[in-house]
Design a protein around this ligand. Sequence first.
Ligand SMILES: [Zn+2]
Length: 127
Amino acid sequence: MSRDAASAAPKRRTGALDYGLARERTIHAYKTGEATRSEVCDAQSELMRNALNCGVPSADRCPICKANSVVEVLYVFGPRLPAGGRCIVTNKDLERIRRWQGDFVAYDVEVCTDCKWNHLLRTNPVI
Ligand SMILES: [Zn+2]
């Protein structure tokens, strides 16, 4: 699944938020000792399960353990979806949600399946 599917065409990205600066701050905190590895590598079991089963491999190495085990997991939150969001596995899942009434937001989360590093990368309205 292409992650671009969650963001639609670039012109329609109103409301998109990038969490790159927050991510860099967290990595910096780890490198300077302000944050421990267990604090930054704290993916919960459900996130790890989704990362292993439906994560899309990233070209980036893990910023913490340097393993080539980083995947991106896409969750959508909105009306009629579980409180913890729905993990999007295929483009069909996303297309179905696009047809529903209501405001939906996609959360793209980076996860390292080796060390449990995780961070929100961006959010996009599902339009
Ligand atoms: Zn890692």
